[in-house]
Design a protein around this ligand. Structure first.
Ligand code: NAP
Length: 257
């Protein structure tokens, strides 16, 4: 089975750090022309990714991304909606303001809807394409004191992705979700440091609190590359009969079948 992505154009949002960078590097290594977006340009860009500066919470920036991709490549084969973050403070329902809820939903849900809506006409014209939406295990297993609004937004992303897969299957476009558990990235390290500061405990202790809370049978966090491997499989022709799924890559953390 041919697994090269040569000749394919791939967009990875948030492709400058953490999971997104690992995905961008992996798709690039498999031969794709990779476009990465983020608010800040990466310090080094050794893999020749095409960088577009964009804040996905600003609707007009989606137009900037679409215009640049269309003008330069005239096609899009793979969209990995990876940019996302838990933007709200912990503490449960009473600590969350309307603004906190909007911020989490804007980045983790609406921005994905916008990117897909802007680029799908190109995929529909091509009659082919593969979309991966990066969710989280916390969408199915929310931690009330840490992830209430973030989990809710990502759960909406899961439902939207399933609906989109059903709508687009007959048009040659596959849509899948990848749900990481805990992954060693700058985002996760910030999250742990914030817990340490707000709970007045050491970073090591905060790390243990997170690991105990999530409960990871494999006993460690994932490396970003371990998420990228699944994404690379799902966008490849080896997975051409796979759509509408939600792959947990969580070291066994999900407690349900
Ligand atoms: N790390 C984990 O344990 C974990 C677990 C489950 C799910 N996830 C999900 O995996 C995805 C990646 O997480 P990560 O841990 O790799 O995050 P990360 O290390 O913080 O990287 C996030 C990337 O997204 C970009 N980004 C952030 N906000 C943005 C915005 N408003 N507009 C455009 N780009 C933005 C960042 O660049 P700039 O800051 O320069 O914009 C960066 O490139 C997210 O969707 C997250 O919810 C992560």
């Amino acid at each position: 089975m041919e697994t090269t992505l040569k000749g394919q154009v791939a967009l990875v949002t948030g492709g400058t750090k953490g999971i997104g960078k690992a995905i961008a590097d992996k798709l690039s290594a498999k031969g794709a022309q990779v476009i990465v977006t983020a608010r800040t340009a990466p310090e080094s860009n050794t893999n020749g990714h095409h960088f577009i500066a964009a804040d996905l919470t600003v609707p007009e920036h989606t137009e900037v991304i679409t215009k640049e991709i269309l003008e330069k490549y005239r096609r899009i084969d793979i969209i990995v909606n990876n940019a996302g973050a838990n933007l709200s403070p912990g503490g449960g329902f009473n600590t969350l303001s309307d603004e906190d809820w909007y911020k989490d939903w804007e980045l983790n849900f609406l921005s994905v809807v916008r990117i897909n809506k802007a680029l799908l006409p190109i995929m529909l014209e091509q009659k082919s394409g593969s979309i991966i939406n990066i969710s989280t295990g916390a969408a199915k297993q929310p931690i009330w004191e840490m992830t209430m609004s973030y989990s809710s937004a990502k759960a909406a992303l899961n439902a939207y992705s399933k609906a989109l897969a059903s709508e687009l299957g007959s048009k040659g476009i596959r849509v899948n979700v990848v749900s990481p558990g805990v992954v060693k990235t700058p985002l996760m390290m910030d999250f742990i440091e914030n817990i340490a500061t707000s709970s007045n405990i050491t970073v090591d202790k905060a790390f243990q609190v997170v690991m105990d809370k999530v409960g990871v049978p494999l006993g460690r966090m994932a490396e970003p590359e371990e998420i990228a491997n699944i994404v690379a499989f799902l966008v490849s022709s080896e997975a051409k009969y796979v759509t509408g799924t939600n792959y947990s890559v969580d070291g066994g953390a999900s407690p349900t079948v």
